[in-house]
Design a protein around this ligand. Structure first.
Ligand code: NAD
Length: 357
């Protein structure tokens, strides 16, 4: 079966980390006889510089005709002052919308080899295994907004948060199904003591839950969840939440692992199409220096094989290769510690690719 992957490196470290992941995908394809076609397209600030549009039509069309997208990252100080509608980050939001990617998955798993890198005590983090299921194309990030208006001589700006019942039903079903394949527990996170959208969220999740009696459901306010994630992350299996809360909580959860350079992510639609990208940004401070950790992007490629192509054996092989390289003591600078061997982005990609299969 031939599978088409569009690779969008983006800006900053995007090129270096996607190169490493492509190397790993090519090695996996060679070992397991997969017919993968990899086609590179532009997005973000690089695309804005080249053609005045952070998300060229050609990129959107290529993604729509592909089976999956492997994405690096976009953005950087260079584009801080461009028209807000042309900012590099518009490429991510635009692709999510154009491809109907309504769910974002962020696995946060602390293996024993990573526990020492966590800023939290090893006995708190060891064994953490959380899947954050975040609604991705609704809520305040996609509501109406006003950049500036004057009322009674005072300037203000506003952003509108809204959610519909079908939007919440769809993401709830995804979370309950995901929990069925895991430890069968969903924690739905909202702010229903304050927000009307959260009260609708809670009502709808509770109603959907009736179809999944084998899954336990509890509700938690977002401020409490932020505390619980650092106090006792082991209590969570699947965290289900809306767009903005999910954005913040998933970055917080990512720090539990000790490096943002290790965290993969997938954004999917209802037909198994997915956009796979690291959880971090374009890291302009280390771009072009062969310093970035490519593991988040490589693990995102493993998620691509697993979730969009149903290639569990091949995804396992990539994840095992990552664990093997870490166990053998190779580290990029962000996770370097005494007694380990420091390597750059490119070498880390080579080492992981060599261990596939
Ligand atoms: P960032 O994630 O790019 O960087 C935060 C810190 O983590 C930096 O010190 C960076 O060097 C480090 N870091 C990130 N990834 C790393 C890796 N793989 N290996 C080693 N260290 C790594 O976040 P930021 O600095 O807030 O944002 C930089 C730019 O990225 C901004 O323009 C932002 O808008 C953009 N951004 C893009 C995405 C995306 O494309 N999906 C996501 C978040 C931020």
């Amino acid at each position: 079966m031939k599978k088409k992957i569009v690779v969008i490196p983006g800006d900053g470290i995007g090129g270096e980390i996607t190169d490493a992941a492509v190397k790993v995908l090519k090695k996996t394809a060679a070992i397991y006889h997969l017919d993968l076609s990899l086609d590179q397209k532009m997005a973000g600030g690089t695309a804005y510089d080249a053609c005045g549009d952070p998300l060229p039509k050609e990129t959107v069309e290529a993604a729509q005709n592909a089976d999956a997208v492997l994405f690096g990252a976009v953005g950087g100080d260079k584009w801080d002052n461009v028209d807000p509608l042309k900012r590099p980050e518009k490429a991510v939001l635009g692709l999510r919308k154009a491809l109907g990617l309504y769910v974002n998955l962020r696995p946060v798993h602390v293996s024993p080899v990573l526990a020492p890198y966590s800023p939290l005590k090893p006995d708190i983090v060891t064994g953490t295994d959380v899947l954050i299921v975040r609604e991705l194309i609704g809520g305040i990030y996609f509501g109406d907004r006003c950049e500036s208006e004057i009322h009674d001589g005072v300037e203000r700006a506003w952003d509108l948060e809204n959610y519909s019942v079908p939007e919440v039903e769809r993401i709830s079903r995804f979370a309950f199904k995901a929990a069925q394949g895991r430890r069968k527990k969903v924690t739905s996170v909202d702010k229903s003591n304050v927000l009307a959208t959260s009260r609708l969220w809670r009502r709808t999740v509770t109603k959907e839950h009736k179809a999944y009696p084998d899954v336990a459901l509890n509700h938690m306010y977002v401020d409490n969840c932020a505390m619980q994630l650092v106090m006792n992350p082991g209590q969570f299996d699947v965290i289900l939440t809306e767009n903005m809360f999910g954005d913040i909580l998933s970055d917080e959860a990512s720090m539990i692992t000790g490096s943002i350079g290790m965290l993969s992510s997938a954004s999917m639609n209802e037909s198994k199409f997915g956009l796979y990208e690291p959880s971090h940004g374009s890291a302009p401070d280390i771009a072009g220096k062969d310093m970035a950790n490519p593991i988040a992007t490589i693990l995102s490629a493993a998620m691509l094989l697993r979730y969009s192509f149903d290639l569990d054996r091949e995804a396992d092989a990539v994840e095992k290769a990552v664990q093997a390289v870490l166990t053998q003591g190779y580290r990029t600078g962000d996770i370097m510690s005494e007694g380990c061997t420091k390597v750059g982005t490119c070498k880390m990609g080579d080492l992981i690719a060599e261990r596939i299969g």
